[in-house]
Structures are given as structure tokens and as C-alpha cells.
Design a protein around this ligand. Structure first.
Ligand SMILES: [Zn+2]
Ligand SMILES: [Zn+2]
Length: 347
């Protein structure tokens, strides 16, 4: 897919940095009939995405499949082989969300004979919309950022080109639905149709990009739509509390033991960002772009100016999402006047 900014709505975590090729460790048996296969994300600082192989009645379930690339397919084959399986044993691919690093290879795997592909209806709608309109969609999100006081520069495609292919799911998965031993937990925020999966056998929660450690998942608002992704995200964090008593299996990074500890940290972080934004607004009416320029970014507290072009766009979309949440809750109001859209503290 040739699109200059196609990853805006599908990236996760820190973006905009390209690195050299990295060697990614392969497969690990995690016990309880679950294994982790690290699938490479060449050139991306996240380094790899975890595909989880879950043994179930009727075959293997693969949760997330990596983006569409030869090295990813090779790593998947090698990982399955290392675990004593092969692709013919995979009955279904279960997608946490539509972002290209989680869903991009699904079409390839379906054509290679994997019988089932499952995802949430909302993300399937977004995938279809994106496949149909990606160029206009990119222009729309550029225009939206501009209306919010930030003029995006051409940031390149961040490795997206050709790594995402649409494939219709064989079934949609709703909140609370069981797929074998896994229960879908709808967790909108990072994407509108994001799913976590609670494993009934092991007591672990497969968290996708919803709960990562130590990465902070990206939650942004990339266009003018009637939505409050930060509100959704906070509710989705509360929703998974207690759902992984035996630990979390995230899509990026390594498994971690204390899900509820990390949930608490992410809620605190989100509320902390909110407080920083309110603090900036206390000094005067400002647009999302102007606020983002005054906030510290990443765990290293980098200045906005020091971020790459991609990361700046993610920072502004995240600031917009926070402002929307504060607005929905009556804590700030819209300032009158022409664009850019500016906010002011509520009286
Ligand atoms: Zn991801
Ligand atoms: Zn994602």
C-alpha cells in the first residue's frame, strides 16, 4: 500500500525512529500450552511484536501475526517449527487490533491455508474504510492536525508501505465472547475495536497494545470524529483490572507478572498528562499544537522539538485526545475565534 502517512492510525508506542536490522530472539514456551514467537519489526524501535501460540481444542490459535514481510513469515515458520508445530496446525488467527504490525500478515496466512481469521467489528470497519480511502484519509488527518495548530511535515511512511493487506475476517468477535479457551475483552482506546484475551486455563491476559510495560501505549485522535478515546482508554484500563491474575502477555516487550500494578501506572500516567495539559492552559488559551510543544515527551522527558517528524504527529494527536476528554468532562471549553481550535479552562 503506497501511502505517505498510512501508519498514523495504526502505529503503537514510540515511533519515528529508524534503526538498523536487529536480530530478534525466536520462540519461548511459556507453559500452560502458550508460546511466544517474536516477529521482527525491522527498522522500528519496538524491534518485535509477539505472536502468541495457544494450544486449544481443534488446533492452535495464533494471537496477532506481525506485518506483511518475508522476514516475519520466515520467523513465524521458524518459531512454529522450534515449538514442534507448523502452519498447518494453526486453526485460527485472532487479531487484537487492525494496526499493521498485528494484522498485516493475516491475508498471507489465510492464503497459506489458515482456516479462520477473527477480529472485532469496529476494527474491521476501520480496516475497510482505510483500504478504500487511505489517501484522502491521510489528507484529512493532516488537515485535522493543522486545524489543531500543528502543520505536519512530510514524515515518510515509517515502514508501512506494502506491510498491510486487507483480508476479511471469517468471523467477528464481540466483547465477552469465547474463542476456545480465550475470552475476548473489548478494550477500546488504543484502537476502537481493540481486544484483549483472558485465558481461562492459565489466568493470563493477552493484552495486545492495551497494556504494555514499560512502553506507554499511544492513544490519539487523528480526525474530527465524535469520540473520546482517552475516556475509552481509562475505562478499558479499569475493565482489565483483575483479569490477569497469573500475568500479562503484551504484544510488545516481554511478559510481566503484575498486570494490575501496570494498569495503575498507566491510569496514573494518563491522569498526570491531563494535569500537565490543564497546567499549560492555566497560563492562557492554547491549541493542541501549542500545548504539545510545551510538554515533555517520552520516558526521557524529551522536548517536542527534539522528536522526529512522526513522533511529533503522534504527540499532537495524543494532546488532541486529552483535550477532547477534558472538554467532554466540562473541565475546559472551546475558545471562540477562527482556527486553530483553541481551548481555555472552564470557569
Ligand atoms: Zn503494536
Ligand atoms: Zn497498535
Amino acid at each position: 500500500m503506497r501511502t505517505s502517512k498510512g501508519t498514523k492510525r495504526r502505529g503503537s508506542g514510540p515511533h519515528g525512529v529508524s534503526g538498523s536490522e536487529v536480530t530478534v530472539p525466536g520462540a519461548s514456551d511459556l507453559g500452560d500450552g502458550i508460546a511466544q514467537i517474536r516477529l521482527p519489526m525491522a527498522g522500528n524501535p519496538l524491534r518485535y511484536i509477539n505472536g502468541y501460540v495457544v494450544e486449544d481444542e481443534g488446533g492452535l490459535t495464533l494471537v496477532d501475526c506481525g506485518w506483511k514481510a518475508g522476514d516475519v513469515l520466515a520467523a513465524l515458520h521458524a518459531g512454529l517449527h522450534e515449538l514442534g508445530h507448523d502452519l498447518s496446525g494453526v486453526q485460527r488467527i485472532l487479531i487484537t487490533h487492525h494496526h499493521f504490525d498485528h494484522y498485516g500478515l493475516a491475508a498471507t496466512l489465510r492464503r497459506a491455508g489458515v482456516p479462520e481469521l477473527l477480529m472485532h467489528e469496529r476494527d474491521w470497519e476501520i480496516a475497510q474504510h482505510f483500504a478504500a480511502t487511505h489517501k484522502e484519509d491521510d489528507r484529512a488527518s493532516d488537515a485535522w492536525l493543522e486545524r489543531n495548530g500543528f502543520v505536519p511535515s512530510d514524515a515518510g511512511d515509517e515502514g508501512f508501505a506494502g506491510r498491510w493487506e486487507i483480508m476479511e475476517p471469517t468471523a467477528l468477535v464481540a466483547d465477552g465472547e469465547r474463542v476456545g479457551r480465550l475470552e475476548a475483552v473489548w478494550t477500546p482506546g488504543h484502537s476502537p475495536g481493540h481486544l484483549c484475551f483472558a485465558d481461562a486455563r492459565s489466568g493470563r491476559l493477552l493484552t495486545g497494545d492495551h497494556v504494555l510495560d514499560p512502553i506507554t501505549p499511544h492513544v490519539g485522535l487523528w480526525r474530527d470524529r465524535d469520540a473520546d478515546p482517552i475516556g475509552d482508554y481509562l475505562a478499558s484500563l479499569e475493565k482489565v483490572r483483575g483479569r490477569g491474575p497469573a500475568g500479562a502477555l503484551p504484544a510488545h516487550g516481554e511478559p510481566f507478572a503484575d498486570l494490575d500494578r501496570r494498569v495503575g501506572e498507566l491510569i496514573a500516567h494518563t491522569l498526570g498528562r491531563e494535569a500537565q495539559i490543564v497546567g499549560v492552559l492555566a497560563a492562557g488559551t492554547a491549541s493542541a499544537g501549542a500545548i504539545a510543544e510545551r510538554l515533555p515527551w517520552t520516558r526521557r522527558n524529551r522536548t517536542f522539538e527534539s522528536l522526529g517528524a512522526w513522533h511529533q504527529q503522534f504527540a499532537v494527536s495524543e494532546t488532541i485526545a486529552h483535550l477532547r476528554h477534558l472538554f467532554v468532562n466540562g473541565r475546559i471549553t472551546l475558545a471562540s475565534g477562527p482556527d486553530p481550535i483553541r481551548y481555555t479552562p472552564a470557569a
